[in-house]
Every structure is written in structure tokens, then in C-alpha cells.
Design a protein around this ligand. Structure first.
Ligand SMILES: CCCCCCCCCC/C=C\CCCCCCCCCC(=O)SCCNC(=O)CCNC(=O)[C@H](O)C(C)(C)COP(=O)(O)OP(=O)(O)OC[C@H]1O[C@@H](n2cnc3c(N)ncnc32)[C@H](O)[C@@H]1OP(=O)(O)O
Ligand SMILES: Cc1cc2nc3c(=O)[nH]c(=O)nc-3n(C[C@H](O)[C@H](O)[C@H](O)COP(=O)(O)OP(=O)(O)OC[C@H]3O[C@@H](n4cnc5c(N)ncnc54)[C@H](O)[C@@H]3O)c2cc1C
Length: 647
């Protein structure tokens, strides 16, 4: 049977309506129609071709990115995909997503514009946003330095107020203060939001954001006192090398006072520092926004990998042929199912948790407008924790999908190596995942310690209010089907998270210096934070596979006993059998075009082998039958062997 038939057969097995599921995945019928239209539009546009990417050198790749970004912007305008004011609209965002190539525009729209929106005064917004919305200036987010990334308070760039001229002097006092990493900075951005220590009259007021022009709007040369370049090739071939991550130093560069972003705090003409009645953490607001976006995107990256691995696993056959019959589809191996199906479930779970986080983010934004800052710590903990959880699981999941595709998964034409290389920095950028989990742990420990003062925990920590009950809890699961009851699963996860948090809090209390205790117990704290974040995401299959994976936590905290652990495993196997006939249909529901998937193994028609064979011949090495270098390097060897043989 040919691959084409395999997938048609698989599709016929589905026990649910794929078209309905497409709408569930998209969020609504309108969203589905929009995604469908835009993905087809991108797929049919030759400028957005991407199958030649792996063979391009850095310069060609970068120029090709500039071309695509310019074309994308042209299409956004022609098709009126941007709203009245900005391209931060779902339509434009979707176009960017389906173009599927990181570019400076991500940082312009994703961080520069939101930084001004969130931290600029009304006046500053009126001045800068129209220019940014029309892309008459292009901006980036210049926070990280060579010496400090995670420790934002450790940044060294200075912005010293000069009362004589009513200006700030932006300066890089050391090598380690060089801005290092900002995307879009290296070759494109004309402006940046630069994070620097505010110094007034010798006093250090900590890190603040400043709008700084970097390059001339006429000839694109760096302005006086500014040195900029690209930081060099990154992991993977094409992958994130479409982006010009940059290095930047300032030599006493002067900017007007009104270019400090002054929504959170201001510097007056007289050089007085005034802090508004808002938490200073709002300076970190852009990071919260982007972390929420990253969570929403995790399901997209994971679902692409899962779609490729699922379709290919249905096409691929190894072993098990009897009397000359067909061999077994590798998707029928229980080990393949136990590795693949939890990822399939995770992609769906992350899709829904992304929607929930968007709701939470929208809610906190509305509250902030009304000067209600009460949910800010919860929003920070959730965005930080879920960013960490979902990006770690997605990066690991993409790599697992590569392995699930055997040798062919290692070919660039499988789409998986590039997907992994583009995705994996998400575990580091916008906050290193461990550093972010430690932020969640601080929030949890604080919540536990405040219980005794009568503070009622809210939001995702509300379960802690039932601490006594959760500390007494022992699962009453008696048979495998009991694990199908959502409440049974949820309670086990709540009890495990609560017990791990309480254990950390108790151990911390043994240290006279809490900071020292926090450093010493960091590994346990990270695990407690993971348990809490997993609790936010749990759903049936996903929850049970997690429970199985972290069985040690559940047993050692006394939430369940080993027998109940094996029942969970038994139930998991039942669930895999139920998922099996639906697997291909579940990944079809993502509605990805072949262009977007960019994978021969994941082709919709399953026609894998002929296309793999065809693709191999397109490699530049196959342009000639005898390779360049044969005469210089191969022939002499062969002749030498001949001589040796004669000797
Ligand atoms: C052409 C067509 C166009 C089409 C349109 C295209 C549209 C595209 C749109 C794209 C949109 C989005 C995509 C964006 C893609 C971006 C790609 C990513 C690029 C990556 C960018 C970066 O990496 S930027 C740099 C990020 N850096 C970090 O994340 C640094 C990490 N470190 C920190 O966050 C913090 O410093 C720290 C939290 C780790 C340290 O905190 P610490 O406690 O040590 O210090 P503080 O004293 O500062 O904090 C103390 C208290 O503050 C609380 N806190 C900390 N952070 C926050 C926060 N963010 N919000 C709220 N509260 C916070 C902390 O909990 C402490 O609280 P208390 O305990 O109560 O005191
Ligand atoms: C592709 C990419 C794009 C980027 N784009 C931008 C951008 O546009 N703008 C920008 O400003 N920045 C950008 N960055 C920088 C990025 O935000 C930082 O690299 C990131 O925040 C991690 O910080 P770091 O490099 O200082 O890591 P480090 O903090 O040096 O981490 C190194 C190791 O130390 C550990 N560690 C650090 N602190 C602690 C602690 N307190 N406790 C326990 N362990 C700890 C970490 O877990 C990690 O294992 C980008 C980075 C990448 C890779």
C-alpha cells in the first residue's frame, strides 16, 4: 500500500468531526476562516517560498528575510490586514506566523511598540507610535548586555541627567555593558528602547527605559557615538540566523529628557525624580506581554512537530510482516504511542492554556488601567511559570518528534531540525526558564507564608486555601477508570503541588537568612514551581501521562500509593488505544498547509518516499556527479592506496 492510501485509511477511522475540531483548535469559526485564508495566501505567494532556506548562506538568508518582511508589510497594507493604527492585529499577526521566518519586525511590533504603549506617557505615545505604526521608524528592545541578562537590576549602561542641557547622556562604561542580543538591532533598527541606569546628581535610581535613535533615517549609518553590529551566527543553519541579533555601545550619546519612558516614573526639568503611585515592576510590563505571547505560540510549534511525527508514524512501517503481508505501522507500537500521544495531548492542552493566559493578561491590563494592581504578582507568576513550562515541554517535544521519525527525522527536509533550532532559544530568551521558575517559587512560598496571617490566596493559588484538607488527602482511586474523573486527577495534582510548596516553605524556615535558604533549596523550589504550573495545565490524557512521569513526586508526598500509580498507567494505556484511531484526524484539525509545515514526512497526502527521493537530488552536492575537490583530495588518496597495495 502506498503512503497516500495509508493516510486516507487513517482519516476514515476518525471517530469525531474533524471540521468541528478545526474550529475548536482555531478558537472560533471566524478565526478558522481567517487562518485558513491567510495560510493559503502565504502558501501561494512565491516570495514566501521557504524550501530553499537551508541551503542559503547568512548574507543571502538575511537579504531574503528583508525581502520577505518588506513584502509582508506590503501585503498587510494592500489587504488591509492592519487595524486603523497598527499591525498588532490578529490578521497581520497570522500573516507573520504563516510566513514562518523570524525577522526584525517581530521585535519592532512585539517589543518596541508594546514598550512605548505600556511605559510611555500619552504625549510620548502620540509622538512615537504613529511613526512606529507606519514603520517610518523601526525599533528594537535593547535590554540585555554582554554581562547581564537575567539580572536586569545588574545592567550597567548609564543614562545620566544633564540639567544644563535638559538631556540624558547614554553611555556604555564597560565592555560588559555593551548591549548584546537584541533582535533587529544588528543591521536594521533605527531606534531602540534602551534600558539603562538612571543617574541624577550622582545618585543611581535603577533601570529605566529610554527611546534612543541609533541610525540615520537618511543613509542608515549609526549616529555619532554609537557602534553597532551583528553578534554572529547562532545555533542551526537557517533557523534564527534570519534575525540580526546585535551588539551596541554608546559613547556619551545625548538624548532629550523627554525620551525617557515616563509613565512609571519621571525626571523633571529641575532634575527631580518623581515616582508615580504605581508599582515599579510595570517597567517589566513588556516582558509580561511577550511571555504571554510565547505561551500562546508554544502550542503552534509543538503541534507542527506532532503533526509531522503522527502522519509519518502512520506511513512508516517496520517489522511484523506475516506471510508476506504488510509490516506494522510504527504508530501501532505502544512505545511510539506512549511517546507521541502525550505530546499530541500537550499541544491541545497548551492551546487552551494559551487562551486562558490571554484572558488573564487582558484582565490584568484592564485592572492596571483602573489602577488596580492587586493581580500583578499573579499575572507575573503565571506568565513566567507557563512560559517556562510550555517552552521547555515544546523544545523537548520537538526533539522527541524528531526521534519518533527515526533517521529521516534528522533530514532538514523533515522540517524538524529547523523547527527545533528556531524554537529552542525560547527556553532562554524572555527569561531563562529556571530563573523564571524561581520567580514562581518566590510567589508560592510567599503565598504559603501569608496563609497564617489570614491572607486568602487567590487565582491559581486559591487551592492553597484548602491546605489542611490537601495535606490530609490520600487518593481513593481503586480501579483504572477512576483516573478518568477530572476531580480525582485535579485533587492529586493540587495535593502534590501544595505538599511540595509546604515542604519548601518549612525547609526555608530553618534558615536564619531567607535568601541563603532560597539559594540552597533552589532545586526543590524549581520542582515545586513546576508542580504548580502543571496543575494549571492538567487535563485527562495529559494529566495522566504527567502523573506517570512524575510518579515519584506523587508517591513520596503520600498523595497516591504505588498501586494507584499502576492503575494510572493502566488507564493511560487504555486512553492511548482510544486516541490511536483518531490520531491523524487530531493533527489534521490543526489545518496546517504543507507550506507551513515545511516537511516531507508530514505531507498531508502521506506521499513520503517518492518526495524524499526527489528532494535528495535537489541538494547542491548533487549538481555534479563527481564532487568538487575530487582531483585535489580524493584522487590522491585513491592513488596512494593503489601504490600501497602494489608495495
Ligand atoms: C511585516 C508584517 C508585520 C506583521 C505584524 C507582526 C506582528 C508580530 C508581533 C509579534 C508579537 C510577539 C512576538 C514577540 C517575539 C519576541 C521574540 C523574543 C525575543 C526575546 C526578547 C528578549 O529576550 S528581551 C529580554 C528579556 N529579559 C528577561 O526576560 C530578563 C529576565 N529577568 C527578569 O525578568 C527579572 O529581572 C527577574 C524577575 C528575573 C529578576 O527579578 P528580581 O526579583 O531579582 O528583581 P526585582 O527586584 O527586579 O523584582 C522584585 C519584585 O518584582 C517582581 N517582578 C519581577 N518581574 C516582574 C514582572 N515582569 N512583573 C511583575 N512583577 C515582577 C518580583 O516577583 C518581585 O516581587 P516581590 O517578591 O513581591 O518583591
Ligand atoms: C535568540 C535570542 C534572542 C534574544 N533577543 C533579545 C532581545 O531582543 N532583547 C534583549 O534585551 N535580550 C534578548 N535576548 C537575551 C535574553 O533575554 C537573555 O539571554 C535571557 O534573558 C537569559 O539571560 P542570560 O543570557 O543573562 O542568562 P544567564 O542568567 O547568564 O544564565 C546562565 C545560566 O545561569 C543560570 N542562572 C542565572 N541566574 C540564576 C539564578 N538566580 N539562580 C539559578 N540559576 C541561575 C541560568 O538558569 C542559566 O542556566 C535574546 C536571547 C536569545 C538567545
Amino acid at each position: 500500500m502506498e503512503g497516500v492510501d495509508h493516510l486516507a485509511f487513517e482519516r476514515n477511522k476518525a471517530q469525531f468531526d474533524v471540521d468541528e475540531m478545526k474550529i475548536v483548535w482555531a478558537g472560533s469559526r471566524e478565526d478558522f476562516e481567517l487562518s485558513d485564508r491567510i495560510s493559503r495566501l502565504v502558501a501561494s505567494d512565491p516570495v514566501f517560498r521557504k524550501d530553499d532556506r537551508a541551503a542559503l548562506g547568512r548574507k543571502e538568508l538575511f537579504k531574503n528575510t528583508l525581502r520577505k518582511a518588506a513584502h509582508a508589510w506590503k501585503r498587510v497594507i494592500e489587504l488591509r490586514l492592519s487595524g486603523e493604527f497598527s499591525a498588532l492585529e490578529p490578521e497581520a499577526y497570522k500573516l507573520r506566523a504563516f510566513v514562518d521566518q523570524p525577522a526584525f519586525t517581530d521585535l519592532h511590533w512585539g517589543m518596541f511598540v508594546p514598550a512605548i504603549q505600556g511605559q510611555g506617557t500619552d504625549e510620548q505615545q502620540q509622538k512615537w507610535l504613529p511613526l512606529a505604526y507606519r514603520m517610518q521608524i523601526i525599533g528594537c528592545y535593547a535590554q540585555t548586555e554582554l554581562g547581564h541578562g537575567s539580572n536586569v537590576q545588574g545592567l550597567e549602561t548609564t543614562a545620566t541627567f544633564d540639567p544644563k542641557t535638559d538631556e540624558f547622556v547614554i553611555h556604555s562604561p564597560t565592555l560588559t555593558s555593551s548591549k548584546w542580543w537584541p533582535g533587529g538591532l544588528g543591521k536594521v533598527s533605527t531606534h531602540a528602547v534602551v534600558y539603562a541606569r538612571l543617574i541624577i546628581d550622582g545618585q543611581d535610581y535603577g533601570v529605566h527605559g529610554f527611546i534612543v535613535q541609533l541610525r540615520s533615517l537618511d543613509d542608515h549609518l549609526p549616529l555619532p557615538g554609537i557602534t553597532i553590529g551583528d553578534i554572529g551566527m547562532k545555533f542551526g543553519n537557517a533557523a534564527y540566523n534570519t534575525m540580526d541579533n546585535g551588539v551596541l555601545t554608546f559613547d556619551h550619546v545625548r538624548i532629550p529628557r523627554n525620551q525617557m519612558l515616563m509613565r512609571v516614573s519621571q525626571v523633571t526639568r529641575e532634575g527631580k525624580y518623581v515616582h508615580s503611585n504605581v508599582p515599579r515592576q510595570l517597567v517589566y510590563g513588556t516582558m509580561v506581554y511577550v511571555r504571554q505571547k510565547i505561551v500562546a505560540d508554544a502550542s503552534v510549534a509543538l503541534s507542527r512537530a506532532v503533526c509531522i511525527a503522527t502522519r509519518y508514524s502512520a506511513v512508516r512501517r517496520q517489522f511484523g510482516s506475516h506471510n508476506g503481508g504488510l509490516e506494522t505501522q510504527v504508530i501501532d507500537y505502544k512505545t511510539q504511542q506512549s511517546r507521541l500521544f502525550p505530546l499530541l495531548a500537550s499541544a491541545y492542552a497548551f492551546r487552551f492554556v494559551g487562551e486562558w493566559l490571554l484572558w488573564l493578561y487582558t484582565d490584568v491590563t484592564e485592572r492596571l488601567k483602573a489602577k488596580d494592581f492587586s493581580t500583578l504578582p499573579e499575572a507575573h507568576a503565571c506568565t513566567a511559570g507557563l512560559k517556562s513550562l510550555t517552552t521547555t515541554a515544546t523544545a523537548d517535544g520537538i526533539e522527541e518528534c524528531r526521534k519518533l521519525c527515526g533517521g529521516h527525522g534528522y533530514l532538514c527536509s523533515s522540517g524538524l531540525p529547523e523547527l527545533f533550532a528556531v524554537y529552542v532559544p525560547a527556553c532562554t530568551y524572555e527569561g531563562d526558564n529556571i530563573v523564571l521558575l524561581l520567580q514562581v517559587a518566590r510567589h508560592l512560598v510567599k503565598t504559603v507564608s501569608q496563609l497564617s496571617t489570614g491572607n486568602k490566596p487567590v487565582g491559581t493559588t486559591a487551592y492553597m486555601a484548602r491546605l489542611e484538607q490537601l495535606l490530609q488527602y490520600h487518593s481513593d482511586v481503586k480501579k483504572a477508570e477512576d483516573w478518568l474523573k477530572p476531580n480525582v486527577v485535579l485533587e492529586a495534582f493540587e495535593a502534590r503541588a501544595a505538599r511540595m510548596c509546604v515542604a519548601c516553605a518549612q525547609n526555608l524556615s530553618k534558615f536564619s537568612n531567607p535568601e541563603e535558604g532560597f539559594q540552597e533549596l533552589a532545586a526543590d523550589l524549581v520542582e515545586a514551581a513546576v508542580a504548580h504550573c502543571q496543575l494549571i495545565v492538567v487535563s485527562n490524557v495529559y494529566a495522566l501521562s504527567l502523573l506517570h512521569k512524575h510518579l515519584g513526586d506523587f508517591i513520596s508526598t503520600g498523595c497516591i500509593d504505588p498501586k494507584q500509580g499502576s492503575l494510572a498507567n493502566e488507564q493511560l494505556r487504555n486512553l492511548y488505544s482510544q486516541v490511536r484511531p483518531n490520531a491523524v484526524a487530531l493533527v489534521d484539525a490543526y489545518n496546517y498547509t504543507d507550506h507551513y509545515l515545511g516537511s516531507i514526512l508530514g505531507r498531508y497526502d502521506g506521499n513520503v518516499y517518492p518526495k524524499l527521493y526527489e528532494e535528495a537530488w535537489k541538494d547542491p552536492l548533487n549538481d555534479s556527479i563527481v564532487p568538487d575537490g575530487f582531483k585535489e583530495y580524493i584522487q590522491p588518496l585513491l592513488k596512494q592506496q593503489l601504490r600501497n597495495a602494489r608495495l
